[in-house]
Design a binder for this molecule. Structure first.
Ligand SMILES: Cc1cc2nc3c(=O)[nH]c(=O)nc-3n(C[C@H](O)[C@H](O)[C@H](O)COP(=O)(O)O)c2cc1C
Length: 168
């Protein structure tokens, strides 16, 4: 494994380069350590395996949600739709009570936002520690999708508009 002291690439150079990777964004939620909900915005989410259906995401260990999220047996993933810029900003914030302005309810032990393009309920399958993030792999136990366009993150902005060409 490469020691962080040995890295020849500056973190900012790396972040700049990776800002050219267009992605969707998702709010990941779990029960907090004191019983209330916790959650954060992520762009590191990807589909991992189809058998079993599973997802992979990376969580910054400095985030307040990291400890409760990695401790939770179940967590929720909400892929955001194009109209959810405000929810994205709320869950990317390091201040305040993120759920205060949201419509949400408990889906068993998982805080579920009322509005999302896709909702996945996941069972924690594996946690891998590397660098300043932890990789969380979850097996998907519920999968619900709604029609709509995704909120797109590209070049450090979330206000991109997807225009699909007309298809026959
Ligand atoms: C577009 C975008 C994508 C992000 N992706 C991730 C991510 O994949 N993993 C992560 O840990 N933080 C990510 N963050 C940062 C967290 O959303 C942010 O640090 C959040 O405030 C953490 O909240 P918490 O401290 O309440 O847990 C992202 C932020 C933005 C704006």
């Amino acid at each position: 494994m490469l020691d962080s002291q040995m890295s020849v690439v500056e973190p900012e150079t790396f972040r700049d380069a990776m800002s050219s990777l267009a992605s969707g964004v998702a709010v990941v939620t779990a029960a907090g350590l004191e019983g209330g909900p916790c959650g954060l915005l992520v762009s590191s989410l990807c589909s991992y395996s189809a058998t079993p259906p599973s997802v992979l995401l990376a969580i910054d260990r400095r985030s307040r949600s990291c400890t409760p999220l990695l401790a939770a047996e179940e967590f929720g993933i909400h892929l955001l739709h194009a109209g959810q810029g405000a929810a994205a900003a709320a869950f990317a914030s390091r201040a305040g009570h993120k759920f205060a302005g949201q419509q949400w309810s408990w889906d068993g032990p998982v805080p579920r936002l009322a509005d999302a393009l896709v909702y996945l309920r996941c069972l924690r399958a594996r946690v891998v520690e590397h660098g300043d993030h932890a990789v969380l792999i979850g097996d998907v136990t519920r999968c619900e999708a709604a029609p709509g366009e995704p909120l797109v993150y590209f070049r450090r902005a979330l206000d991109w508009q997807l225009t699909a060409p007309d298809r026959p």
